[in-house]
Ligand binder design. Structure first.
Ligand code: 13P
Ligand code: SF4
Length: 310
């Protein structure tokens, strides 16, 4: 039991040891969670890491679909998430019944699903992709095979443009954080900081991406900014990436453009997790991701297909 002088961070570290747990954190988590994490990464890196862990418990500080992916890849581990309601607007925009209806109508299409989907949608998919490998995954499918890309309309349009693929239908889902970045605000930021380079996540709308000199996943954006010879960046993604940017490039300038519908660029789902909830979930070993073996097996296949693409 914690004493008043014990900080929450100390309690988490003690529980982690007691429970033989590993803490995985996405770049969009609060800094204090990232500070305590064993591994910080983007969705692909965290999926790869989750697959190889041999601890008792994976405490997944991210959103629910990421934890489901971890569970499907490493089913004998207990996977917990600090807040069960850490969802994702992309998952919500793609109900599995609609995917099944599409497949009945267009059985010839290969279903390429972004990792930001429910485990049920993954189980209906031919292959999964993330923001770091979507172009490569689509290019791995024979050119004459029609594709349904789901659920992110902005990522889909970006991939379509990069691959030159014409036989690709794109779902109409969107990320509430990235899709509400306005091109006008990026232009204003460029006028205010003419020396800065624009870097963007591919979930941003096309007119934002048009102004970007580098487009990539969260980890790719961080790596690019840290390693670049440039010193000043307008960063078009969730503001949690500041943690690594400031840590690994403390002398550089980073400007974050706010969303149209709020005065921040934070994902409300990612931010549901907190240090207190992480402590509590390690204490109670819940909420847990519980999935049927059959569903995990069906979902694992398209995820493993993605991991096999070099
Ligand atoms: P990454 O693949 O860059 O981790 O993106 C996941 C995500 O949810 C972006 O909003
Ligand atoms: Fe989903 Fe967007 Fe949040 Fe990523 S930032 S978890 S895509 S709502």
């Amino acid at each position: 039991m914690a004493t008043l002088s014990t900080s929450i961070a100390d309690e988490i570290l003690a529980l982690k040891q007691e429970r033989n747990a590993v803490i995985l954190a996405h770049h969009y988590q609060d800094s204090e969670i990232q500070e305590l994490a064993d591994v910080i990464g983007d969705s692909l890196e965290l999926a790869r890491k989750a697959k190889e862990l041999d601890c008792e418990i994976i405490a997944f500080c991210g959103v629910w679909f990421m934890a489901e992916t971890a569970k499907a890849l490493n089913p004998t581990r207990t996977v917990i998430v600090p807040d069960q309601d850490a969802g994702c607007s992309l998952v919500d925009s793609c109900p599995v019944e609609m995917v099944r209806a599409f497949k009945r109508k267009y059985p010839d299409h290969a279903v390429v699903s972004y990792i930001n989907t429910s485990i049920e949608v993954k189980a209906e998919s031919d292959i999964i992709c993330t923001s770091s490998n979507a172009v490569k995954i689509v290019n791995s499918i024979p050119a004459d095979k029609p594709i349904l890309f789901l659920p992110d309309i902005n990522l889909g349009n970006y991939v379509k443009k990069e691959t030159g693929r014409t036989n690709m239908r794109i779902w109409q889902g969107a990320c509430i954080v990235h899709t509400t970045f306005a091109a006008r605000k990026v232009t204003e930021a460029r006028i205010a900081h003419p020396e800065a380079m624009v870097v963007a996540h591919p979930e941003c709308p096309g007119d934002v991406l048009l102004q970007a000199e580098f487009i990539g996943s969260t980890s790719a954006l961080i790596k690019y900014c840290v390693e670049s010879e440039r010193n000043s960046f307008i960063v078009m993604t969730e503001s949690g990436v500041q943690h690594s940017l400031r840590k690994y490039a403390p002398h550089k300038q980073f400007y974050f453009v706010t969303n149209e519908n709020c005065n921040c660029s934070e994902c409300p789902y990612m931010k549901k997790n907190s240090l207190e909830k992480l402590r509590d979930c390690l204490q109670s070993v819940s909420p847990r991701v519980e999935l049927s073996p059959e569903l995990m097996e069906r979902a694992r296949l398209p995820i493993e297909r993605m991991l096999a693409v070099k």
